[in-house]
Design a protein around this ligand. Structure first.
Ligand SMILES: [Zn+2]
Length: 695
């Protein structure tokens, strides 16, 4: 990179920035993407490398500034230039009519000439996200604030910068000197599902709805974590704008925003009078289910800014604006049973079985009851009429007994299982503030856990073992003599071909496909393997982070808890849980067995070019004598970080002895066994530059 001459580099940087900006605009504004996410990420990485080599061309507006900066300790509080009021909610057509009548009365005689009879309103779909105010000066993004108390908000600029829909620099005709735009940051439904699937895979509590997930994300102190979640943004309102004449009505404002790079919800419309607004509201109710993000209502505003100013505001909210909220889809039905699902980590999740109810277009028979603490808190009992709601239009859940519910005197609270409902093994209860948050079967051989783990491991987004679906796993376990309880057993199925062939509906072709699928999966590498094992707090993305930090399973096993907590995406809790698993009997046995059957447990694909396998990876090394440049413990750490195993005595298994001054019997033993011996000079030459001691 450094060989590139400055003018060439500058040109390359400029071209990449322009290309990536164009790609973002095409994606978020024009809805005509011309680049895949992957391609975008690759070009972004290319640009970041160029910028790192040429800091002289630094630019705060560069798309690389979206990757996320350093974590911060806490959020700064900043005053809003124009207070960020909340909008009054209404829940009925009558509320909207009454509000519109007040407006038309206040507008008086002017309503006629100004609006051609009946006040003009702008109707805009209301996204169920988090309100954010973003300030641009001379077109540059200067800060982004949360609403806070309306007067002052939290400075979340670094997090907002990672939102690709939000331009870092405005461009286009007539960018105003100051533009404070209010909008909604949100989590698209697909991204919400992806994050929740990942959280569930890592056995973390899933988010209740996209809004909670978005709010939690924006409050992260580490912007890199925000960048890893693809938040969206649409603009829908204004704070300070200078010059003020930039737009004289909300419709003009909404028309201009996309021309300078700010996305709006394209469904907004000018409506004349309350009835037109209500028709829009009814019409949009039918469309919102198909939107890629959650819409929970419609905001109706007076279009003309002059009239807005005349109407003014109450202490809490503007008089010229009202939000109509769609009623959440709720249904009352009868809870007939509570059943249990035992997950791959042993978590026992209660699930409501109900009389079928039609909810937001789908028939719902099951709903989440989350955990036994919640059942007790809401006093939900079998036989109750219960209210079911689709939270964030996605996951049905039981809110609690319906108001009209009557109970037989004999009704009893739901008794949480004292033993695992599948294996009758012991359970462990987790509590938070005295409330039960989880209950787990702790028997590692629990058949339910074993089955769920195998199904998960073989799944498409994990090890992707062709031909080994849920049904086949059940069939092999139940009907064949082939053992299938450990991950490693999958790779030993080839020794049981005849037993597989004897199974129903398992022809030669099917069996051979499965066996070939298992062979092919052996080379997926460390990240896929550990991300597929259902280890608590370890989903696919953190498994990749581990693979980037450690060259192979030995290096990973050699890492201390502290070293793990330094890995990107890891904190003390994740580090502890993962460390515990790696060193548990079950963990050690699983990795040893996988290695024995020939599964690749290295992370070659993630090794940066400079950090590729060194002379030390996978070697068993013994240190003896004293070295000038290292304390022995420090050198041990360095070698382990490079994937070596450092042991105390020389044996036939020793690959290398590093001998310093006055080395004793170990050196003699090494010579006797013919083990390779290095002195300090050889050691220093072989160490990567960044691991050599500082002088
Ligand atoms: Zn069990």
């Amino acid at each position: 990179m450094s060989e590139r001459s400055a003018p060439t580099a500058r040109k390359a940087i400029q071209d990449l920035r322009a290309l990536l900006d164009r790609a973002s605009r095409a994606y978020y504004l024009d809805n005509k993407p011309f680049m895949t996410d992957r391609e975008f990420d690759e070009r972004l990485a290319e640009l970041a490398a160029l910028e790192a080599a040429h800091p002289e061309f630094d630019d705060p507006g560069s798309p690389t500034r979206r990757i996320g900066g350093e974590p911060i300790g806490s959020f700064r509080t900043v005053r809003h230039a124009v207070p960020m009021l909340s909008i009054d909610n209404s829940y009925s057509a009558e509320d909207v009519r009454a509000w519109a009548a007040r407006i038309e009365k206040a507008a008086g005689a002017e309503a006629g000439p100004l609006f051609g009879g009946g006040a003009a309103f702008v109707c805009d779909p209301k996204i169920d996200g988090v309100a954010v105010s973003v300030r641009y000066e001379k077109g540059e993004l200067v800060h982004a604030l949360t609403r806070g108390d309306g007067e002052k908000g939290d400075d979340i600029t670094e997090n907002a910068r990672t939102i690709r829909a939000l331009p870092l620099r405005l461009s286009g005709p007539g960018v105003p000197d100051v533009l404070e735009v209010r909008g909604e940051a949100f989590l698209p439904n697909k991204e919400f599902e992806r994050i929740n699937a990942e959280r569930e895979a890592a056995d973390e509590e899933p988010f209740m709805n996209p809004r909670n997930a978005c709010a939690g994300t924006l409050k992260q102190l580490d912007p890199r974590r925000v960048a890893a979640r693809r938040l969206g943004f649409v603009a829908h309102g204004r704070g300070e704008v200078s010059p003020a004449e930039w737009a004289d009505s909300h419709s003009a404002f909404m028309e201009k925003l996309p021309t300078i790079g700010l996305p709006v919800n394209a469904g907004w419309r000018v409506c004349r009078g309350a009835e037109e607004a209500l028709a829009y509201i009814a019409e949009f109710d039918g469309k919102r289910g198909a939107m890629p993000y959650a819409i929970d209502g419609v905001v109706v505003r007076v279009d003309h800014f002059e009239l807005q100013a005349r109407l003014g505001q109450t202490s809490k909210s503007p008089r010229w604006c009202i939000a109509y909220k769609y009623p959440a889809e709720r249904k009352t039905t009868r809870l007939t049973q509570v059943d249990y699902q035992v997950g791959k980590t042993g978590k026992i999740t209660p699930r409501a079985v109900m009389e079928p109810a039609l909810l937001a277009g789908t028939t719902v028979r099951h709903a989440s009851l989350h955990n036994f603490g919640l059942i007790a808190e809401r006093d939900i009992r079998v036989g109750d009429l219960v209210v079911v709601e689709k939270a964030g239009e996605i996951i049905p859940q039981v809110l609690g007994p319906a108001p009209e519910n009557t109970r037989a005197r004999s009704s009893k609270p739901v008794a949480p299982p004292e033993a695992c409902p599948i294996c009758a093994g012991p359970v462990e209860i987790e509590e938070e503030n005295g409330r039960e948050t989880a209950r787990r079967c702790v028997n590692p051989e629990c058949p339910a856990q074993v089955r769920e783990k195998l199904v998960w491991f073989a799944g498409r987004t994990q090890m992707d073992i062709e031909g080994l679906g849920e049904k086949t796993i059940d069939q092999i376990r139940a009907e064949s003599g082939a053992p299938l309880a450990r991950f490693a057993d999958i790779f030993l199925l080839k020794n049981h071909r005849d037993e597989l062939l004897a199974l129903d509906r398992m022809g030669e072709k099917k069996v051979d496909n499965l066996l070939a699928g298992a062979e092919a999966a052996k080379s997926r590498g460390l990240a896929r393997v550990i991300g597929s094992m259902g280890i608590r707090h370890l989903g696919a993305s953190n498994a990749k982070n581990l693979a980037r930090a450690f060259p192979d399973i030995r290096a990973l096993m050699g890492a201390t808890q502290d070293q793990l907590s330094e890995v990107e995406g890891f904190g003390p809790v994740r580090a502890r849980v993962v460390h515990e698993y790696l060193h548990s009997e079950a963990g050690r046995a699983a990795f040893a067995a996988l290695e024995k059957v020939g599964v690749d447990l290295t992370s070659r694909e993630y090794a940066a070019p400079s950090a590729q396998r060194t002379a030390f990876s996978g070697k068993t090394i013994v240190l003896t004598g004293t070295l000038d440049s290292f304390e022995r413990e420090a050198l041990k750490e360095v070698l382990e970080s490079l994937g070596a195993k450092v042991t105390g005595s020389v044996s036939k298994k020793t690959d290398l002895v590093i001998a310093g001054e006055s080395a004793g019997s170990k050196l003699g033993k090494a010579r006797e066994l013919g083990v390779e011996v290095w002195d300090e000079t050889a050691l220093l030459a072989a160490l990567p530059a960044d691991r050599r001691p500082a002088r």
